[in-house]
Design a protein around this ligand. Structure first.
Ligand code: GLU
Length: 367
């Protein structure tokens, strides 16, 4: 199974955690050189590679001689600003040995929310690949504030993998894979609640950020995007040879067979629902089991103040469960006027009708 999946791989996103770039919290040039040697091994074999690298803050701390990570946001962002430049120098020097050029791309969540920017990023990376340049992405730590942060680079790497429709995401850290009872699981087909408990121990979710919990969150994105994901220890020598031969190394997470379309991936992974639409049993049946669009007639209640073209959650009134998310053609205000009405009555009530459907099925993701 692993060999079969890996034999199809032509492009990779590689997430590089700070732990494998540094020693005792100080950025380590030698480690970067070793890592780049491995990545060059892939590039020589014509793989298309995009890196998502952490390490800006750690590099900044090294440059500024800080022993502890600044706690105040502007100080932390200033450290990242210094460190990002230094980190890129180290990458550029290391790739220079193989006559390769690197490019820096710094992103915030806002960039991925905007569909045009999203598509632009994809085009830019394609252009870089055409010129055999290695894109290195990080979060734009200097401008990102809490509300617009990706949370961590694990998540960012999965979003980039989805954006690029990549063949494989490899998350490198200093652990050997997904470990249960001191044993690395070689393959995982589904993220069960039990696995999530293992990932986080008994700790609360917030405390597990950057650890295995956030890696699983990244894997979940890949799952729905139809992208296999390998979790491996980046400190182990010769990992790339094993990975591309499909040998047992780290943990391979298999993707879902039902891959979401690229547009639906963008919606589900990058937008936040601005409101809720509650629907009746008939509408629930139509969207869940018949692949239909959501019409005004099936809408019972609206919550939140959303505009036309915003992402909304669709709730089933009976189960009180979120069953889908989708982009609404009408605002909350308009829907409050047309809920429960037949499509043919929309124009009479609003004075216009942009669309027959409230959420077209192409813009609707079932959860
Ligand atoms: N963007 C941060 C940095 O470069 C790291 C965030 C993370 O590792 O999740 O230091």
């Amino acid at each position: 199974m692993r060999r079969e999946i890996i034999s199809q791989v032509k492009s990779l996103v590689i997430k590089i955690g700070t732990s494998i770039l540094s020693t005792n919290s100080t950025i380590d040039r030698l480690k970067i050189e070793r890592l780049v040697e491995g990545i060059n091994f892939l590039l020589e074999r014509e793989f298309r590679v995009c890196l998502v690298s952490s390490g800006a803050i750690s590099s900044g701390m090294s440059m500024l001689g800080l022993r502890t990570r600044p706690k105040v946001l502007p100080q932390l962002q200033a450290t990242a600003a210094v460190g990002q430049r230094y980190l890129m120098d180290l990458y550029a020097d290391a790739f220079q040995k193989y006559n390769r050029i690197v490019a820096q791309i710094l992103l915030t969540q806002e960039d991925l929310k905007d569909r045009r920017r999203y598509l632009n990023i994809r085009n830019t990376i394609s252009a870089l690949w055409e010129r055999r340049i290695v894109p290195i992405i990080n979060e734009n730590d200097t401008v990102a504030v809490e509300e617009i942060k990706f949370g961590d680079n694990d998540r960012l790497s999965a979003l980039v993998a989805s954006l690029l429709n990549i063949d494989l995401l490899v998350i490198l850290s200093d652990v050997d894979g997904f470990i249960v009872e001191e044993r690395v699981l070689s393959q995982i087909g589904e993220i069960t609640p039990e696995l999530e408990t293992w990932a986080c121990g008994t700790e609360k979710k917030e405390i597990c950020i950057g650890g295995m919990y956030s890696k699983l969150e990244a894997v979940k994105i890949c799952f729905r995007a139809g992208i296999p994901c390998i979790l491996a220890n980046g400190n182990r020598p010769g990992i790339w040879e094993k990975i591309i031969k499909g040998e047992e190394i780290g943990t391979l997470f298999l993707p879902s067979k039902k891959k979401l379309t690229s547009r639906k991936q963008w919606m589900l992974f990058n937008l936040k629902p601005k409101g809720k639409i509650y629907i009746d049993r008939g509408a629930r049946e139509a969207i869940l089991n018949k692949g239909k669009s959501l019409l005004s007639v099936g809408i019972v209640k609206i919550e939140g103040d959303f505009s036309e073209a915003d992402l909304v959650s669709v709730f089933d009134t009976e189960g009180k469960k979120e069953i889908a998310q989708g982009i609404s053609h009408y605002s909350a205000e308009e829907l409050n006027k047309i809920k429960g009405l037949k499509t043919s009555e929309i124009e009479k009530v609003l004075g216009y009708k942009y669309y027959d459907e409230v959420i077209h099925r192409d813009n609707l993701v079932l959860l």
